[in-house]
Unconditional design. Structure first.
Length: 178
């Protein structure tokens, strides 16, 4: 049984653990195990509409490899450059994550170092999924800023199961008899 057949159906979260979720759908109970769960935010039992996504702003971090990016020249207008970076990243995230996560998490730098590196035109800029890097490249081109990135562009498909504002991201959701 595939979880896809329950997309847009009203479900009730009966139980959940770190490795599975049990849902009541049309008066029947189904257990779905998480294959290689990457992230979850399931906190309470509730009724809602099940949505399953293969493309979603929350999936960017898991579907795409990260590229480490370094700045090699400084912009004329630092504030405008930073604003454009923020806008380009937020355009991809659509409010689901914070743009500064790609500066602070997995980079070893903080916002102050990020701004210093931009000012001096040298150093680590961010570490982000490659679709965000592609938008960053356009911003850098607009501001005549040189960057260099490291990392391969590889897609690793994951799925997002969402019920109201609760979600699980995993490679797959596997049906198990309850």
């Amino acid at each position: 049984m595939l979880i896809e057949q329950f997309h847009n159906k009203t479900v009730k979260i009966e139980d959940f653990q770190t490795t599975y979720i049990i849902l009541s759908i049309e008066n029947k109970t189904f257990r779905f195990d998480f294959k290689n769960k990457k992230e979850s935010f399931v906190k309470k039992k509730e009724i809602g509409v099940l949505a399953l996504y293969k493309q979603h702003p929350l999936l960017i971090n898991h579907n795409e490899t990260y590229c480490e990016t370094y700045i090699n020249s400084s912009p004329e207008k630092i504030d405008l450059f930073v604003d454009d970076i923020q806008k380009s990243i937020e355009e991809s995230l659509k409010g689901w994550r914070h743009w500064k996560d790609y500066i602070k998490i997995k980079t070893g730098i903080n916002e102050q170092v990020f701004l210093q590196n931009i000012q001096k035109g040298s150093g680590k800029l961010l570490n982000a999924p490659f679709s965000i890097l592609e938008k960053l490249e356009k911003v850098c081109s607009k501001h005549h800023v040189l960057i260099r990135h490291f990392g391969d562009k590889i897609i690793k498909p994951h799925q997002l199961l969402m019920i109201n504002n609760q979600f699980v991201i995993a490679e797959d959701f596997i049906f198990r008899n309850t």
